[in-house]
Design a protein around this ligand. Structure first.
Ligand SMILES: C=C(O[C@@H]1C=C(C(=O)O)C=C[C@H]1O)C(=O)O
Length: 316
């Protein structure tokens, strides 16, 4: 889980877009293939020299943002709930799904209700999926013995493990169904229960950084939009590389990227709010969550511009 510096950007000529008088903006990247389409442009020559990229699992990025070691990063939506006073959400960026997501799995040796009193290991790389697991169990009145640990391979789990939460590349790579009788996709469970999309990750900026450098944050945001557009246009190049890295078929990989959403529209905001309300109702978080968005200074000045999610959320 140790964050590494810039391993995600081995090649590509960085673009020089100025801003040399500042320290680089410190930007995070999740070290899973789920974000490959969002970082495609940045990974292929669009990364300006004023962006310093750190690649790590979600829980490590959450901790680095909380420690002020990153300025802008994707973080677990459950971590946003915890740090809502310090962070602003960047508009129209997320990792979300509507139904099965394929890479967030609760694998179990027992039926769901049979997990009461049994050991459930939550991967230490997650905050959102861990909170969602707790919510799904608690709202059914099931009280397991929860622990946090390494969950990358089935062999990581001790024999007394009743169930385990696995996310990201490890969820896709390992044949979990061959080792566990039950494999639940948490995106599917959420949709069955609520009829809503689920938002696993948000891109956030530290509020103090946004207040000091709104134009730099705007520049980062537009780099992400541009990079994501490039990714959407080059899926045929992303698929074979991702399939190779994950050791899965290109067809399974295509289905995976088809399931993931990288926008943050009003339906996804509704799913996010429902998740936070559920966490609060089950006392998994200690206070209600408001959604505070970064106001892009570039967009505010544009005449006639409509922000798609402006009405869906409270702005800071
Ligand atoms: C869809 C996924 O969502 C992830 C789950 C997260 C979490 O549980 O905290 C955070 C970021 C995302 O990487 C995945 O990991 O595959």
């Amino acid at each position: 889980m140790t964050p590494r510096h810039d391993p995600c950007f081995p090649g590509g000529t960085p673009e020089d877009t100025g801003s040399r008088s500042y320290e680089p903006v410190r930007v995070g990247r999740i070290s899973y293939m789920n974000v490959a389409p969002v970082y495609y442009g940045l990974n292929n020559g669009q990364k300006p020299d004023w962006m310093a990229m750190t690649c790590a699992p979600p829980a490590a990025l959450n901790a680095m943002m909380a420690a002020g070691e990153l300025d802008v990063s994707p973080v677990s939506s459950a971590a946003y709930a915890r740090h809502q006073d310090k962070w602003l959400i960047l508009p129209d960026l997320s990792i979300a799904c509507f139904g099965p997501v394929m890479s967030v799995l609760l694998v179990s040796r027992h039926p769901f209700a049979g997990l009461a009193g049994r050991k459930v290991v939550l991967t230490r790389e997650s905050a959102t999926a861990a909170a969602l697991t707790r919510y799904l169990l608690a709202s059914d009145g099931i009280r397991p013995c929860l622990t946090v640990g390494r969950v990358r391979r089935a062999d990581d789990l001790p024999d007394d493990t009743g169930a385990a939460l696995v996310i990201g590349d490890a969820a896709l790579r390992e044949p979990w169904a061959a080792r566990f009788d039950h494999v639940w996709d948490l995106g599917a469970m959420w949709r069955e229960r609520t009829g809503l999309p689920f938002v696993f990750a948000l891109w956030v900026v530290r509020k103090s950084f946004a207040e000091a450098h709104p134009d730099r944050v705007s520049a980062v945001l537009h780099q992400f939009y541009r990079s994501r557009s490039a990714g959407a246009g080059h899926l045929s190049r992303i698929l074979p590389e991702a399939a190779d890295r994950l050791g899965i078929s290109p067809e399974m990989c295509r289905r995976y990227y088809h399931r993931l959403r990288y926008t943050l529209d009003s339906a996804q905001m509704a799913g996010l709010s429902a998740f936070f309300r559920g966490l609060y109702a089950e006392r998994i978080i200690s206070r209600p969550v408001g959604l505070s968005l970064f106001r892009d200074p570039g967009l505010q000045d544009a005449p006639g511009h409509e922000r798609p999610i402006a009405s869906a959320c409270r702005r800071s």
